[in-house]
Design a protein around this ligand. Sequence first.
Ligand code: UD1
Ligand code: CA
Length: 461
Amino acid sequence: MEHPRAVILAAGEGTRMKSSLPKVLHPLCGKPLLWYIVQSAKAVTSEQLLVVGHGAGQVKEYFGDEFLYVSQKQRLGTGHALQQTLPHLPAEGEMLVLCGDTPLLEKEVLRQLILTHRRQKAAATILTARMDDPGGYGRIIRSDQGKILKIVEELHLTLEQKKVQEINTGTYCFDLRALKKFLPLLPQNLSKGEYYLTDLIPVLLENGLEVGSYIIADAEQALGINDRLQLARAASRMRERINSLLMRAGVAMIDPATTYIDAGVEIGKDTIIYPQTILEGDTKVGENCLLGPGLHLVDTLVGNEVVCRQSVVLESVLKDGVNIGPYAHIRPGSTIGAKAKIGGFVEVKNSSIGTESKVPHLSYVGDTKMGPDVNVGAGSIVVNYDGRRKHVTNIGEGAFIGCNSNLIAPLNIGDGAFIAAGSTVTRDVPSGSLAISRAKQKVKEGLAQKLMKKKQNSRKK
Ligand code: UD1
Ligand code: CA
């Protein structure tokens, strides 16, 4: 049988988020809230229509022309939102209606909803869930025989109805013929002046049509996000899901509860992740790496057998066998060559570090192109900024930069050049040359002793 279509309602303001960002764009494990239900919908439907309103421009900018958009100019409720799509829908077929704020619903549940809808030959099939704490959701009101009669929103519940634990997930499968005929007849809810999609149920029943239901076994998937507390709860559940998938694929996690990995991050097998590690955005990690503890990677490509501890790495590439940290800061635009070492309290910015080069301690390397096998001594600094502009430094293969050197850019240091420790280098150093630029040492024999005696005498007085 043909796949149904999907409509996703995403026009609401999300006032309960108390935010200037449209609710459906709030990030959850690195993707907007809306992204998750879109993925599930795409897996089981042939075409997706997005109802947008509040922040429509931002939503369209993120999702591009992947979908058909229908705008709901006035926000008059979920029923009104769905009414806007009617002119764009065919006369018959099946259609899923989803809310943009239920990110945990998985495709398998949607598939089951569609199958149940077909089996029950209903005009509408509602996805419901039984919750220990149903507060805030519309409740499913059934007859003594168990037939659905209506859905009552929290605001309108009687004391008796408040005890009902079966809730409406806001997800439905509709027969398009019934929807086209009866959705325009939706009554306006008098107390709020809105058109509730939930009020369509009695309309269908009054017209002799069937309304069925499918109850989710895993009620947590039904979580609707209306405020930031629910968002944090959903994020925690999503993290569990992401981590479980990765562990099943061969990634080791010492403590999954403190391992924060965005949706879409890829990690190879036998990589070990220590606690307090955060992998964000477009990050890919190879096999057999050791990451963390206390590591933050953003949009970073990591090869195989990389060791990276207690560090921050942003928009950079770490090639195979690289060793980073502890306490390194790799800033955007950097490439650390295979088997190179960036050690403690080293900052690298917009630089490429050649294969097997070492910057092991207390250095700053900015706007630098460094060849292979270079050794940068402790405390050396590339002086890339003259107060007005940034300048480039080139360091050739096998060069040796002595401890505590200042390399004042723009500068070219040739292959195999040797910079004596403590030098301030302002001119290019040709290949194979030694540069030394520091004050000559003077030694005055016996002077220290004399000075000490003077000090002691003055203290006695
Ligand atoms: C809705 C349901 C409720 C259900 C709950 C599940 C109604 C009247 N209530 O309540 O029974 O238990 O979802 O999470 O349907 N939207 C629009 N245009 C509007 C209003 C809303 O597009 O004018 C969109 C929102 O962006 C959101 C979705 O519809 O994605 C649901 O709206 P929301 O205001 O969150 O409804 P709830 O109060 O949660
Ligand atoms: Ca909601």
